[in-house]
Design a binder for this molecule. Sequence first.
Ligand code: CTP
Length: 414
Amino acid sequence: MSSKFHNKILLGVTGGIAAYKSADLVRRLRDAGAEVRVVMSPGALAFITPLTFQAVSGNPVHTQLLDEAAEAGMGHIELARWADQVLVAPATANFIARLAQGLADDLLSTICLATTAPVALAPAMNQKMWSHPATCANCATLELRGVRLIGPASGAQACGETGPGRMVEPSELVKVLATLRESVLAGRHVLVTAGPTYEDIDPVRFIGNRSSGRMGFAIAQAARDAGARVSLVAGPVALETPPGVERTDVRSAREMRDVALDLAVSADVFISVAAVADYRPARPAAQKLKKGLPKQKIELVANPDIVAEVAALEHGPLTVGFAAETEKLKEHALQKLSRKSLDMIAANRVGQAGSGFDSDQNEILLITPSGEQNLGKGSKRKLAQLLIEAVASRLKDEEFENRSDKNNRPATGN
Ligand code: CTP
């Protein structure tokens, strides 16, 4: 992949020992075609001088928020508007915490609040600081807001310890930044369902499941990051909407079906991550059921299969299902791929510690009618990005674009 890009990068440098590498980073970004302006935090000034950055960037370096001369030239709002991309490298634990809090007490944090450009951070800190729950929570908050974290890398640290916390090398940062600029789903409409559905038994009780919605929300965010217009249909979950995503909240499978079918007509891609209840009580009670009977029977009726209905649409979107399985992962996933006429299915194991529901980690095997791709184990965010890349390359696939009849594709499974 080419690392050439022609955009305006505002590089923030904060006070870590890795700041000395940022001068090399500026040089490499310029070699790749970018125009670079550098903003230094007060802490960074203790590690490297503005003169160095001025020389390598070819632009004046900005260090002060309340500086009359600077504000008369290119002030904080102009800088925030100027940037196509903000990259903070190195980003210290302190800077990450202040950004998560939304503080605007120096030039760099103020620009990060004022800009509409994407913000990426290359964290660099001692490995214990990186794994501290406070830093983890701050990073999670920032990621939910769409801030991209690049790294950190693992290895020997300046403090003498070994572990995760090293700033990703400048050559690698340039490569990653180039991929971030590639909007592989620009102009596409992606529809995602996420979370559980609740099927009412009476006004206070329901049948639900343990889906947290995190995988679906991560996929919605990854699709948005890839430039798509994203519609997210969410069951009852306690998650923030990723910025830029259009969300509709629903409760039951039938509500989810109605909203999803409406949106699917204009979607290029449908990713069905929701853990839809297969059955619902046939006759939800109008009043709270009272105890007293030795036995209580609830008759259940089948819910519509949303992903199968979308896959059956004549000019429907590329349709991706999820198979959450506790056993016979591949066999069951292949059956669902075939039975529901899906273009892809993401098979993931649930019901074990450290993966699936209620976890930030997952493991996915992506299966299509013509093959499979193991996306491996990782954070839901990382797997969501890989899934979106696979979907984007499938969309590019001419064979798919030119298909005239989806049902003529070779069947797999049994
Ligand atoms: N799905 C759906 N509507 C349903 C049930 C499932 O759209 N009523 C979708 C899920 O969102 C997922 C895929 O179908 O993308 C597979 O869901 P899963 O619960 O694994 O399979 P089921 O079809 O429900 O089969 P089973 O419960 O027997 O495993």
